[in-house]
Design a protein. Structure first.
Length: 248
């Protein structure tokens, strides 16, 4: 079965990078604004035909969250996850990789937000476990605003084993935990490393935490005890970016 991708950012990303993967592009008949006109021009430049449809038709394929646009992706043509072997091959081409590991994030909105932030931070790849975690669903793609097609997405069958392989390859693992004595702003983020974020609510699993070389926390100053995983991910990634740029 073909997948549907919706939302202006996600559709534009597909048009620019993989126009041949598009089986159909639907635009709501009532959309005549500048954004819609710009996308129509892009579609024409890429040789993709646009079909004007009703909002109800779009609601059927995108549950009302489509912004008036959706594309049907040819079966097998959408950007898919890579496996452990693909991850290790990717690392061999990087001098100082920066990975993001999400240990069981299940909300596709959170995954999409993390992918978007990972793209902005120049992350080498995002790694998730095969089971018990959100994948590249249409919702995640929409929230990612095109980042689902730019950031390598890795699904592994055994996360603890993958963490061990990363350590053997010289990658430092820095996990986030409210039990850590070191804050994210005190930790050294230079060199090859992976930032490990826990799941919503439960945090990192025991084996994941035990595999980490360092644990860091966010210095919470108010009354709330934690932040949304995508917000915490952004803080950690851009602290790493800040340090790595300062060291250049």
């Amino acid at each position: 079965m073909s997948d549907w991708v919706y939302g202006f950012h996600a559709v534009e990303a597909l048009l620019r990078r993989e126009p041949k993967a598009i089986a159909a592009l639907w635009l709501e008949a009532s959309r005549r604004d500048k954004r819609a006109q710009a996308l129509l021009r892009l579609a024409a430049d890429q040789g993709v035909t646009v079909e004007r449809v009703s909002g109800a038709a779009l609601d059927d394929v995108a549950s009302g969250r489509h912004q008036g646009i959706a594309v049907q992706v040819k079966s097998g043509a959408a950007t898919e996850a890579i496996d452990e072997a693909g991850l290790m091959a990717l690392l061999q081409r990087q001098d100082s990789p920066l990975l993001l590991i999400l240990d069981g994030v299940t909300d596709p909105h959170n995954l999409g937000a993390c992918l978007r932030t990972a793209d902005a931070a120049g992350v080498t790849a995002v790694v998730v476990p095969q089971d018990g975690a959100a994948g590249l669903s249409p919702v995640a793609r929409k929230v990612a605003c095109g980042a689902a097609d730019t950031v390598p997405f890795v699904r592994v069958t055994n996360l603890a084993r993958t963490l061990g392989q990363l350590k053997a390859a010289g990658v430092w693992l820095i996990g986030t935990s409210d039990k850590a004595s070191c804050t994210v702003f005190e930790q050294d983020f230079s060199g090859p490393l992976a930032i490990v974020m826990g799941a919503e609510g439960a945090g990192m699993r025991r084996l994941t935490e035990e595999n980490c070389d360092f644990l860091v926390s966010l210095p919470m100053q108010g009354t709330v005890s934690s932040l949304n995983v995508s917000v915490a991910t952004g803080i950690c990634l851009f602290e790493a970016v800040r340090q790595r740029q300062s060291a250049q």
